[in-house]
Design a protein around this ligand. Structure first.
Ligand code: ADP
Ligand code: ZN
Ligand code: ZN
Length: 755
């Protein structure tokens, strides 16, 4: 006997688990994972729809009590069933509800105003036409005559031409339609956000190194498509390209896409949102023309839905976008590329907190596609897997254009001893001056927006804090103090609210302060600033970048955003003002992120033919993440960092789960985290799980956001399935135990930053 596990189509959290049903003999051949079925449900055997997420020949449930599936919906779509299976994978891996997972994976149909292209077509001919013209003449129906005379010549005219150029009103058209003289044909035009203009042909020839990488991967792709690469052969399925910045990873991707398309396959390319600029998209459209579509967060939900529909219909075969592009409903997917795979944005920050790389690996397996990851600074996780033979590693070591920049590390303590109180070291000042004289461009980068721009009283030491969040407010140039977590703002007080002193002032170095310091030191320099404040409006960052690319400014000041894959040939100097800021973050991946940021930042200089310089200002010049980024020595960095992770049992060596619990009610929250932590301890004892490490419960790094309190428990184990087991058990407890009412619990299986 066969059974199906079915998710019931009701938005009710308590029903958010699979229910087992018997598959009747007559339906055995038609039901598959993803089928829409009708089943009897509840005491009254209400007929309800659901989807099959699993088919099995065993069940724990007494068979005599099980009900049978009633029917299967005929118009089941293969893509849809694939996506339902995917939602189920996400639900089980990342601890979301099935409903949430489905909403993530399958975009809800949105009412959109489709641009309907209407055409007016003449519907009569011969005698009928002659008679109609005569009748119109008699009635002096001038407008109708005008249209019919035009239509006699061409038969078909677009409606907008008829209305705008021939001045025919809609009511005239309606009346002619009712008379049967014309018909109005319409076809739905899906909007294409990619504006493919006539562009010159793409004619780059891969160099030897690129060619070697591309051929190896293409060979694996052929094997995948022909079925010689087995499902679980991840070494042939998943490829990691470690290529220094500017080594031409994108050129290799293009070659691979071409191979997939020639094999009749479709392709998904993930690019971090921030790097999804006109420049990048143009490179793809030059080669693949209107086969390419993009999605990004600037598209409305309707536009996004349109793009997915076009993909489903096969109108486009290459989808470029941020992580949500993974869910493009292609019928014949053959290749997924994830560029800058180390980027934090590939991890979803809302529930379900899926990791796009893991999800992509699953999609690649179920659709028989290849997965290609690329980065100049691979995540420890991916590199570790490549080293262990789970992914195939490929390397690109040369730049086709330009040279690697000279990197200078400046010890800020020495600067202070030498009497330099400015935020620019002497070295950096000198190099900026040179750039200004040579009319070359400079990028200055600070690690965090509004860093330490907090305001405090020098008399009593009080720090201005957000009344809703456990963070300090940041001073902005507009005279306001702003909370970067909830947006709360107040005018900067003139007197200390606690002691009344007038010695209340801001400290530190934000992007605005850097901008002002430059203007003071180099009054003629033209400066652009790029941070969340200047880019929050739609298209903001694109505008700033293109202004900079056009040479409208000499210096671009910014936060992490400016280090992402942009290619400005005239930038010959990059300054990192406070390199160690990200080292002070108190989580295990701080060194990794510092190394990535510095290496990527250094990669921005010297892209063109001119030599580049990079200045890294730091208080800890001996820290290994700074030392190795100076030489772009990823390999040595990796060795040192992975040793530390092994010692401490941190990911990727062990798996880690963060259980974040939040509530407006602090007492209830305290009680609930206590219950959860007791439960986990007893699980550990009962199952003799000595290797399970439990850290916490403790306040989250930010203990309160928007008046919601936050507590966290971290779990570590070498075996992820144990962590998942704990999650499953805890979820059942949470569902039934009243002490978890009003408590929001979320599980994060790939915690990176700090909670
Ligand atoms: P990455 O993605 O590794 O940072 P890109 O693919 O953006 O590198 O390449 C950097 C620059 O070098 C681009 O302008 C690209 O067009 C150019 N380039 C790369 N490979 C070649 C090649 N084989 N021939 C000519 N130009 C190349
Ligand atoms: Zn005070
Ligand atoms: Zn706040």
């Amino acid at each position: 006997m066969m059974f199906a596990n079915i998710i019931i189509d009701i938005s009710h959290e308590k029903l958010d688990r699979p229910f087992g049903y018997i598959i009747p003999r007559r339906l055995e051949d038609v039901i598959c994972v993803g089928s829409f079925v009708k089943v009897p449900f509840g005491k009254g055997n209400r007929e309800i729809s659901g989807f099959v997420i699993e088919i099995t020949d065993e069940t724990d449930y007494p068979v005599e009590k099980m009900k049978e599936i009633m029917s299967v919906s005929k118009n089941k779509e293969v893509v849809t069933s694939r996506l339902i299976e995917l939602a189920y994978f996400i639900k089980t891996e990342y601890g979301s509800t099935m409903n949430r997972a489905l909403k993530t994976v399958i975009p809800v149909k949105q009412k959109v105003k489709h641009i309907e292209k209407q055409t007016i077509v003449l519907n009569i001919s011969g005698d009928e036409l002659t008679d109609t013209v005569a009748a119109y003449n008699k009635k002096r129906a001038k407008a109708k005559l005008r249209l019919i005379n035009e239509l006699k010549e061409v038969n078909k005219i677009p409606k907008d031409v008829v209305v705008d150029k021939l001045n025919i009103t809609n009511s005239t058209l309606k009346s002619m339609k009712e008379e049967g003289v014309i018909v109005i044909e319409s076809e739905t035009k899906y909007r294409n956000p990619v504006n493919v203009q006539a562009q010159d042909e793409y004619d780059i020839v891969l160099n030897d190194e690129q060619n070697k990488v591309a051929s190896e991967i293409k060979q694996a792709m052929e094997g995948i498509y022909s079925g010689t690469v087995l499902k679980d052969d991840s070494l042939n399925r998943i490829h990691l390209i470690h290529g220094i910045t500017g080594s031409g990873k994108t050129e290799v991707y293009m070659e691979l896409i071409e191979c997939a398309v020639e094999n009749g396959k479709e392709v998904i390319v993930l690019i971090p949102e921030i790097a999804l600029t006109y420049q990048t998209v143009k490179r793809f459209t030059r080669k693949f023309k209107d086969k390419v579509s993009i999605i990004n967060s600037k598209l409305s939900k309707g536009e996004r839905y349109d793009q997915f529909e076009r993909a489903k219909k096969g109108e486009v075969s290459i989808m470029i976008g941020p992580r949500s592009a993974l869910f493009t409903p292609f019928n014949n997917l053959g290749l997924i590329i994830i560029d800058e795979e180390h980027e934090g944005s590939y991890k979803s920050d809302s529930v379900p907190k899926y990791n796009a790389i893991e999800v992509a690996a699953h999609i690649a397996e179920t659709t028989n596609s290849a997965l290609v990851l690329g980065s100049a600074t691979p995540s420890l996780d991916s590199y570790y897997k490549a080293k262990r033979g789970e992914y195939r590693l490929h390397t690109l070591t040369k730049r086709e254009k330009g040279n690697l920049a000279d990197v200078h590390v400046v010890d800020l303590r020495d600067e202070l001893h030498a009497g330099n109180k400015s935020i620019f070291s002497f070295k950096l000042q000198k190099l900026i001056q040179e750039r200004l004289e040579r009319k070359e461009q400079t990028m200055l980068f600070i690690n965090r927006r509004g860093y330490a721009g907090f305001v405090s009283c020098r008399e009593c030491g009080v720090v201005m804090k957000c009344p809703h969040c456990d963070v300090s407010l940041k001073a902005h140039n507009n005279g306001k103090l702003i909370c970067h977590y909830c947006g709360y703002e107040v005018p900067t007080p003139r007197l200390c609210p606690k002691c009344g002193s007038k010695y209340i002032a801001g400290f530190g170095t934000g992007t605005q302060k850097v901008e002002m310091s430059i203007k003071k030191m180099f009054p003629t320099a033209r400066v652009l600033r790029m941070d969340l404040d200047t880019t929050s409006k739609k298209g903001g960052h694109e505008e700033i970048l293109s202004a900079f690319a056009n040479g409208d400014a000499d210096i671009l000041v910014g936060t992490q955003m400016i280090v992402k894959g942009h290619d400005f040939p005239n930038v010959t100097l990059v300054g990192v003002l406070a390199a160690d800021m990200s080292l002070y973050a108190s989580d295990y991946s701080a060194a990794e992120r510092t190394f990535q940021l510095l290496t990527q930042a250094a990669g921005r200089a010297g892209r063109g033919s001119k030599k580049g310089d990079v200045v890294i200002q730091t208080y800890t010049p001996d820290n290994y993440s700074i030392v190795y980024s100076k030489d772009q020595d990823y390999e040595s960095f990796y060795r040192e960092e992975i040793a530390y992770r092994k010692l401490m049992l941190y990911p990727p060596v062990a798996r880690m789960t963060a259980i974040l619990m939040t509530s407006k009610n602090i007492d209830k929250l305290d009680c609930a985290v206590g219950v959860a932590s007791e439960y986990i301890k007893s699980f550990k004892e009962r199952n003799n799980q000595k290797m399970l490490a439990i850290i916490g419960p403790a306040d989250a790094g930010i203990a309160r956001i928007n008046d919601v309190y936050r507590k966290v428990i971290y779990l570590k184990h070498l075996d992820n399935s144990v962590l998942i087991q704990i999650k499953d058990n805890l979820e059942k407890l949470i569902e039934t135990d009243g002490r978890f009412d009003d408590i929001n619990v979320s599980f994060d299986f790939t915690p990176q930053g700090n909670y």
